[in-house]
Design a protein around this ligand. Structure first.
Ligand SMILES: [Zn+2]
Length: 202
């Protein structure tokens, strides 16, 4: 016989299901996050909305995250996700939902088209966990960006590359900040100064 505690847990899981559907998550994604069968989820969706959930493939691309505004959206989402990812409360659904909502309201202010769906945000975190993508700080503005694992050395974001192109190397040198995690006297720090921008964005 189910105890009161079991029922509370089950209720909590279905509350997450509702929240996940409300941000546009697809059935396979919700199923993986909540451990509820796709069949039950489809039935739940149909009962609560009167419509069938949308079908089709879930994200599988890796390169999608590295291009244009997709990269900007992904990087901004990642910054939110990392800021809400409390180690003491490692509940992935709650963190994903909170980060996605924060990102969504923030991105809305840009007036740019939103292409990062919740499913893509979920897939991004999986790609980072499995080290198929990585997060790297821009060496100039120090913001965190999603980059490919083949990228070696330091990274400059496209905005900082454009700033240099517009104002020339002098301004760039004045704006240059050494990476936070390394002192300027380290081997890598020396390499940045003498590399003559060989590691700019490709
Ligand atoms: Zn930058």
């Amino acid at each position: 016989m189910a105890t009161n505690r079991d029922l509370q847990t089950e209720l909590g899981r279905y509350q997450y299901v509702q929240e996940l559907f409300s941000v546009g998550a697809r059935v396979p994604v919700v199923s993986e996050l909540t451990d509820i069968s796709p069949w039950l989820l489809r039935k739940f969706y149909l009962d609560s909305t009167g419509e069938h959930p949308s079908r089709g493939p879930i994200p599988s691309s890796l390169d999608w995250y590295l291009v244009g505004t997709n990269q900007l959206q992904s990087s901004l989402f990642l910054q939110y996700y990392m800021s809400v990812n409390d180690r003491d409360h490692d509940l992935r659904i709650a963190n994903l939902l909170l980060a996605y909502r924060l990102w969504s309201s923030s991105w809305q202010h840009t007036g740019l088209k939103k292409t990062l769906t919740f499913d893509r945000a979920w897939w991004l975190i999986k790609l980072l966990d499995s080290e198929q993508l990585k997060a790297q700080c821009c060496r100039v503005c120090r913001s965190l960006f999603v980059v490919g694992t083949r990228r070696m050395g330091t990274y400059r974001c496209s905005a900082c590359v454009k700033t240099r192109l517009q104002y020339g190397p002098r301004v760039k040198q004045r704006d240059y900040l050494p990476p936070r995690e390394k002192s300027s006297s380290s081997v890598s720090g020396m390499a940045y100064i003498s590399s003559n921008d060989s590691s700019s964005v490709s």
